[in-house]
Design a protein around this ligand. Sequence first.
Ligand code: CP
Length: 304
Amino acid sequence: MSRSLLGLQSLDAAEIRAWLRAAVRAAAGELDGALPGLLIANLFFEDSTRTRLSFSVAAHRLGGRALDLSAAGSSIQKGETAVDTARNIEAMGVSAFVVRSREAGVPHMIDSAVAPPVLNAGDGRHEHPTQALLDIYTLAEAFGRLDGFDLSGVRVAIVGDIANSRVARSDVEGIVALGGEAVCVGPPALAPPALASMGCTVTDDLDAALPEADAVVMLRIQFERGAGSAVTSPENYRAGYAMTAERAERLKEGAIVMHPGPINRGLELDSAVADGPRSVILRQVANGVTVRTGALARCLGVVD
Ligand code: CP
């Protein structure tokens, strides 16, 4: 059976755990070469480094390869729609689509128009499900929860530009579904109280939230989505919400620092922390390959 992965909001805990179990099998090497000749299409209508390349590495691990399409240099520049683009690439004979878009809902539109499964690689401010799965996998690895992915008792502070973040939305959905606690932290313009409807708590007081957190996910200020208007000055933002070396010292013993990347070093996260002992940022990247290998295998029915 083939299945798409468009977001975590619509999935229950059992289904989220099934995607994570596929990653466990990928980590064990059980899926290496499982799909010889696999051809996936990476349709990236917005820039990416980690997501695009890790899907390509994942396809390679499965025994296949990825076709890469970027908006720049494609017939999107001549006005071709995303759906027409996908239907033409489907006609070339690909097994799965990986889709990133500036606007919310584009992977869903493509999923309705083509037969192969679609993996959402980030749509606007909406969802980034494989990023959330790799974040949860990294949390489970750090706190000994890989067997069952039960996050009860794990408190995750998600800090910064939450309003513009598809990562935060998918992280909250996944963490809460698996029994963990999500705390969204930021100035009200970037962490509005309405976020609480997702099942997280919301606060503007990072210094109060930090000593209680088992993990802190620092988010990039997304200037390209207009977040700059909420940042009166870099100095002002840093005073309230940056993960500095001094703040990292006040984290509880064993607490980890995460960031989905790319990092605005010296704005939301200082290099001393990003490259320091609490950081699992590059572990997130490595787990991204594992999670996406499992996701491709599961979307194509190789694992349940
Ligand atoms: N975390 C993430 O989605 O990074 P890229 O934009 O580089 O893919």
